[in-house]
Design a protein around this ligand. Structure first.
Ligand SMILES: [Zn+2]
Length: 315
């Protein structure tokens, strides 16, 4: 190796890193402004972009559940400052999708980040195709993982993370605030957004997304929600949408159960993929028409993993 190539090597490396950084920053959407609302006691919900964030204030510091996209980091810290001067201490991920855990890389230097072991493993494996909204975003690996259950005790308050099984992914945690009887469900439960005028009403559960490539399961989903429903709670922070109730989660679980039975019966009766796609578009509102088979496209993610879903329903 000549002296010249030795000298050039770091320059080439810097060029590659900065080129991919430019590609990443140029494809990013701007962050939408966040808002904060009180849920109960010292528990707040931050929303406005990505998944809902729970913000729990204690006398010893703040615990967050999820941290949205990478682009939302500064605004999330501003929301913490707006309600307390206590330091941020812990971030618990409901799962690894980048609209929920996308800020982990920026949180790791300032807080302990905790996730289910499967959520961390999914981040390590970083499967391609990557069914996320912002591929190329820097990934932060949680330092602490758990299997079935773990708790953070801070300022005399408990925040507990439960893993009840597969559903949206293989690593979905239900976060429980026992003192307040509130749970954060991540994307295992999605609140019904107020529909656009004239849009057909969909049964609860229609808006789910089974991320088969990251261990999700439509058939296990209901059992996992039954685990969540075994907890004593009355108020729910959903993965997306407004603050909800335990009855909303029950209705969602019933909707998923009906969908499981219907789709499984159709698949086992030998219904063609084309006909199945028509059914899910008409009855559940999953977008398929106009969706490319690849790469992963916002609004098309469930359709783009339809073969994997059919394979699961055939079992
Ligand atoms: Zn998700």
């Amino acid at each position: 190796m000549t002296r010249l190539t030795t000298l050039l090597r770091p320059i080439v490396l810097v060029a590659i890193v900065s080129t991919s950084w430019i590609a990443y920053t140029q494809t990013q959407k701007p962050a939408r402004p966040l808002k904060i609302e009180k849920v109960k006691g010292d528990l707040y919900m931050v929303s406005g972009d990505g998944g809902n964030v729970a913000l729990y204030v204690t006398t010893e510091g703040v615990i967050l559940v999820d941290d949205m996209f990478y682009r939302n980091h500064d605004d999330i810290l501003a929301q913490v400052k707006a309600v307390t001067d206590k330091p941020l201490r812990y971030v618990i991920n409901t799962h690894q999708h980048d609209d929920h855990a996308g800020g982990d890389a920026l949180m790791l230097p300032i807080a302990e980040v905790i996730a289910h072991k499967n959520a961390r493993a999914n981040l390590v494996a970083h499967r391609t195709p990557y069914f996320e909204d912002t591929p190329g975003t820097p990934i932060g690996l949680p330092r602490i993982t758990f299997t079935d259950e773990t708790s953070v005790f801070l300022g005399g308050k408990e925040t507990r993370a439960h893993w009840f099984g597969r559903g949206h992914t293989s690593g979905d945690a239900i976060i429980y605030f026992p003192d307040l009887k509130v749970i954060h469900t991540g994307d295992l439960f999605l609140a019904q957004q107020p529909g656009r005028a004239g849009a057909p009403a969909r049964p609860p559960g229609s808006n789910l997304f089974v991320d088969s490539s990251q261990g999700g399961s439509l058939l296990d989903w209901t059992k996992t929600l039954e685990g969540a429903l075994s907890l004593d709670f009355d108020t729910v922070i959903p993965g997306h949408g407004p603050v909800s109730t335990k009855d909303d989660v029950r209705a969602f679980r019933a909707g998923v159960a009906a969908m499981q039975t219907r789709l499984r019966d159709l698949v086992r009766a030998g219904t063609s993929k084309e006909s199945l796609v028509k059914t899910i578009e008409a009855d559940y509102g999953w977008r398929a028409t106009g969706c490319p088979p690849a790469p992963p496209t916002g609004g098309c993610l469930q359709y783009q993993q339809f073969d994997a879903l059919i394979a699961e329903l055939k079992k």
